[in-house]
Design a protein around this ligand. Structure first.
Ligand SMILES: NC(=O)c1ccc[n+]([C@@H]2O[C@H](COP(=O)([O-])OP(=O)(O)OC[C@H]3O[C@@H](n4cnc5c(N)ncnc54)[C@H](O)[C@@H]3O)[C@@H](O)[C@H]2O)c1
Length: 289
């Protein structure tokens, strides 16, 4: 380990949704102490229980020993109390993709966390600088953007807002590498690299279906077979979550005013109707949990 990475031993994760839960698994398996904070203790406990089940599956498949499972589990604490993050060296927030909520959270984290701690966001698109300036330590704020599902996806985008110090970015890059990920450094532009390129494609797939070019199943089949993608656009939108996808497109459109980013009407209607994808049991497809 480099001198920089030894500065991060204890990691806070805020939010126990799809990504928060995944981040806990990634960081705990990489050997970091992890404090998971959710607004409800039951949700934090639920995420740890899901982690426990995931570890058990890995033991069953021979990918993990019993001792490794026990060690990973003992590194995780679940809480609903924000001040339990006070001893963390790095806190990554992964709450709903809503700038007002994130800005409020950064101001709160700034109050409870040690002044040396790095505060990071897992936002998919939102301006990291706006979160940084909510704190008294804008030099120690950056984006650390994992992909879904976090334990499986290789990439992390480390996002550098104008205010971030070189040390902060170096520490974030080392943390991502220590988590076993490939890290790329990107500027603080909506969508960074991956979502800026991916979301016009996903949005246009829904538009194509609205226009009657093909069924959603056939569009998914076409993109898997024709481009060798592991899943088609509708399955991917359901995996990401349609509410999160809508928020991503809105942030991209807000920044670039490119019509390819303007969310198609179907997406808005589905979110209004509570069809959020896998996490709600129904999106473009139905899921039985
Ligand atoms: N879903 C993806 O594919 C994906 C991939 C990479 C990054 N992200 C980003 O990760 C973050 C979380 O996304 P997710 O997919 O885990 O969403 P999710 O809907 O699964 O979870 C959202 C979490 O935010 C919490 N939350 C909701 N409203 C809140 C509020 N007002 N105050 C505090 N917490 C609140 C929820 O309780 C939940 O724990 C977002 O910034 C998203 O853009 C998502």
């Amino acid at each position: 380990m480099t001198a920089v990475s030894t500065t991060v031993k204890r990691v806070g994760v805020v939010g126990s949704g799809i990504m928060g839960s995944g981040l806990v698994e990634v960081a705990a398996k990489a050997g970091f102490e992890v404090v998971l904070r959710s607004r409800e203790q039951a949700h934090a406990d639920g995420a740890v229980a899901a982690f426990e089940r995931s570890l058990a599956r890995q033991v069953d498949k021979g990918k993990l020993t019993d001792d490794e499972r026990t060690a990973a589990l003992t590194r995780v604490t679940a809480t609903s109390v924000l001040t339990d993050l006070a001893d963390c060296d790095l806190v990554i927030e992964s709450v709903v993709e809503d700038l007002a909520v994130k800005k409020h959270l950064f101001a709160e984290l700034d109050r409870v966390c040690r002044p040396e701690a790095i505060l990071a966001t897992n936002t998919s698109t939102l301006p990291v600088i706006e979160m940084a300036v909510e704190t008294g330590r804008p030099d120690r704020v950056c984006g650390i953007h994992f992909f879904n599902p976090a334990p499986m996806m290789a990439l992390v985008e480390v996002v550098r807002p104008l205010t971030a110090s070189a040390d902060t970015i170096a520490t974030a890059l080392t943390f991502a590498t220590d988590c076993g990920k490939q890290a790329v450094e990107v500027a603080d532009r909506a969508g960074f690299v991956v979502n800026a390129l991916l979301f016009p494609y996903l949005n246009n797939a829904v538009r194509m279906w609205e226009q009657g070019t093909a069924s959603m199943e056939d569009i998914d089949t076409a993109m898997k077979g024709g481009c060798n993608f592991p899943m088609g656009p509708f399955a991917l939108l359901d995996l990401v979550g349609l509410d999160t996808s809508l928020a991503i497109l809105e942030a991209l459109y807000d920044e670039f005013r490119d019509p390819n980013y303007a969310p198609v009407p179907t997406l808005r209607r589905m979110v209004a109707g509570g069809r959020l994808g896998r996490k709600s049991g129904r999106g473009f497809y139905e899921y039985h949990r």
